[in-house]
Design a protein. Structure first.
Length: 77
C-alpha cells in the first residue's frame, strides 16, 4: 500500500510492518539523505515504487498496538 508520503510493506513471516518514506528529506547538514543501513529492504521497495526513499520505520504489530522497532534517521518522528 502506498500513499503520497509512505509505502507500507507487510512481512508475513515475522508479522512486522515496514513503513518507508517516499519523499526526499532535505537536511542542511546531510544534504539529500539516503538511508542505506537497511539497503536490501529499501532497494526492494525502490525497484517497485520510488527511487526517492530516504528513511524507514519498522513497526511490530504482534501486540495490541504497533510498537516502534526501528526508525532511521532518528529525526523523522
Amino acid at each position: 500500500m502506498t500513499d503520497e508520503y509512505l509505502t507500507y510493506k507487510y512481512d508475513r513471516k515475522s508479522d512486522v510492518m515496514h513503513v518507508f518514506f517516499n519523499q526526499r528529506y532535505k537536511d542542511a547538514d546531510y544534504g539529500w539523505y539516503v538511508a542505506d543501513e537497511v539497503a536490501d529492504n529499501i532497494n526492494e521497495v525502490r525497484d517497485e515504487r520510488n527511487e526517492d526513499l530516504v528513511g524507514f520505520v519498522i513497526l511490530d504489530y504482534r501486540r495490541n498496538k504497533p510498537e516502534l522497532v526501528k526508525r532511521y534517521p532518528e529525526y523523522f518522528f
